[in-house]
Design a protein around this ligand. Structure first.
Ligand SMILES: [Zn+2]
Length: 93
């Protein structure tokens, strides 16, 4: 039985075929609940957790799902690239 997160994600999961279509576009994956899942570009751009392109870790800005608006909320990775579009977190004194 799928949990709610997996139900939402399932519509974005893609099946990569082992033919030339793979060469035409990047192979994009995300890590969800400890598993690597191949997904389409739309979800991948919006993913705030760890992401891979062609098997390599990718760091950079995330966007609101289905838009070009940068996502400025919390990110799983805290490297400079991933946080470059995140809102600064201010600590109270
Ligand atoms: Zn990062």
């Amino acid at each position: 039985m799928l949990n709610s997160t997996q139900e939402v994600i399932s519509s974005y999961v893609v099946q990569h075929k082992g033919d030339d279509t793979m060469m035409k576009e990047d192979y994009r994956e995300i890590i969800i609940e400890g598993r690597i899942l191949p997904v389409n570009l739309e979800l991948w751009r919006a993913w705030t957790g760890l992401r891979f392109v062609n098997g390599e870790e990718h760091h950079g800005p995330a966007y609101l799902l289905g838009s070009d608006t940068p996502y400025d909320g919390a990110r799983v990775c805290s490297c400079d690239l991933c946080l470059s579009h995140a809102k600064p977190q201010f600590k109270s004194n």
